[in-house]
Write a protein that binds this ligand. Structure first.
Ligand code: AP5
Ligand code: MG
Length: 221
C-alpha cells in the first residue's frame, strides 16, 4: 500500500514521514532526498538538476517519473507488503496520472492521501530556521528543534547546513510553484480515494496524532 504525504514546502512532510518510519515501521521515499543525494554524489543527474533545485523550481516530470518507477519497483520486489510513504511526489498532475499507471502495473493500492495545511507565514519561519545534517540528512530547527550542540548533528556528529533553497526569496518561489503546479494535484485526489486535509500548524506531536488517525480511518471501507 502506498500513502502520499503532501503539502507546501516546509509543511512537515519529512518530519511526519520520519516519525512514521521510526515509530510505525513505514518505508519513506522522499524524491527531494533522492535528488539531493544525486547532487551530493555529483552524478550526471545531480549536475543537471543542481541549479533548478537551488532556485526552487521543479525538476522535469520525465526524470521524476522514471526515478519513482525504479524505486517503487525495487521496494515492491524486496518487500511487497510494506506500507510506503511517498514524500514530495506527485507534484504535478502529469506525475499523479503516471503514478496511477505505476500502481496499476505493480498491482498496488493507493492508501491515504494526506495534505498537511500550513500558512505561508509558518512555512517561512520553519524553512528559514531549518538546519539539515550534511551526512545523514536529519532535520533540525534553530528554535523548534535545536541540536544539542549548535551546528552539529546529535546522531552522527556531522555539520548542519542551511539548504540552498531555504533562503527567503527562494522559499517564495517554491510557494508559488506549489500553488500553480501542485495545488491542482490536490483537486485530483479530492475526487479520488481517501483524501484527508489537516491543519499542520500545531506541534509535530499534535500533527502526528492527526496523521495516525487519518491512516487508521482509511483502513475502513
Ligand atoms: P523537497 O525536498 O520535497 O522539498 P519541499 O517539498 O519544498 O519540502 P521541504 O522538504 O522543504 O519541507 P517538508 O514539508 O519536508 O518539511 P520538514 O518536515 O522538513 O523538494 C526539494 C526540491 O526537489 C523541489 O523544490 C524540486 O526542485 C525537487 N523535487 C522534489 N520532488 C519533486 C517532484 N516530484 N517533481 C519535481 N521536482 C521535485 O519541516 C521543515 C522545518 O520545519 C524543519 O526544520 C522541521 O523541524 C520544522 N517543523 C516540521 N514540522 C513542524 C511543526 N509541526 N512545528 C514546528 N516546526 C516544524
Ligand atoms: Mg522534506
Amino acid at each position: 500500500m502506498i500513502h502520499l504525504l503532501m503539502g507546501a514546502p516546509g509543511a512537515g512532510k519529512g518530519t511526519q514521514g520520519d516519525m512514521l518510519v521510526e515509530r510505525c515501521g513505514f518505508v519513506k521515499l522522499s524524491t527531494g532526498d533522492i535528488l539531493r543525494k544525486h547532487i551530493a554524489d555529483k552524478t550526471d543527474i545531480g549536475k543537471k538538476i543542481e541549479s533548478v533545485m537551488a532556485s526552487g523550481s521543479l525538476v522535469s516530470d520525465d526524470l521524476l517519473i522514471d526515478m519513482v518507477r525504479a524505486e517503487l519497483s525495487r521496494l515492491h520486489a524486496e518487500a511487497p507488503e510494506s506500507e510506503v510513504l511517498l514524500d514530495g511526489f506527485p507534484r504535478t498532475v502529469e506525475q499523479a496520472v503516471a503514478l496511477e499507471g505505476l500502481l496499476k502495473n505493480l498491482d498496488c493500492g493507493l492508501g491515504t492521501v494526506i495534505f498537511l495545511d500550513v500558512s505561508d507565514e509558518d512555512v517561512i519561519k520553519r524553512l528559514c530556521g531549518r538546519r539539515v545534517c550534511r551526512q545523514c540528512g536529519k532535520n533540525y530547527h534553530v528554535e523548534y528543534l535545536p541540536a544539542a550542540k549548535d551546528g552539529i548533528c546529535d546522531d552522527c556528529g556531522s555539520e548542519l547546513m542551511h539548504r540552498d533553497d531555504d533562503k527567503e526569496a527562494r522559499i517564495k518561489n517554491r510557494l508559488g510553484v506549489f500553488r500553480t503546479q501542485t495545488s491542482p494535484v490536490l483537486d485530483f485526489y479530492r475526487e479520488n480515494g481517501h483524501y484527508v486535509e489537516m491543519p499542520a500548524s500545531g506541534s509535530s506531536e499534535d500533527v502526528f496524532s492527526g496523521v495516525l488517525d487519518a491512516l487508521e480511518q482509511s483502513k475502513s471501507p
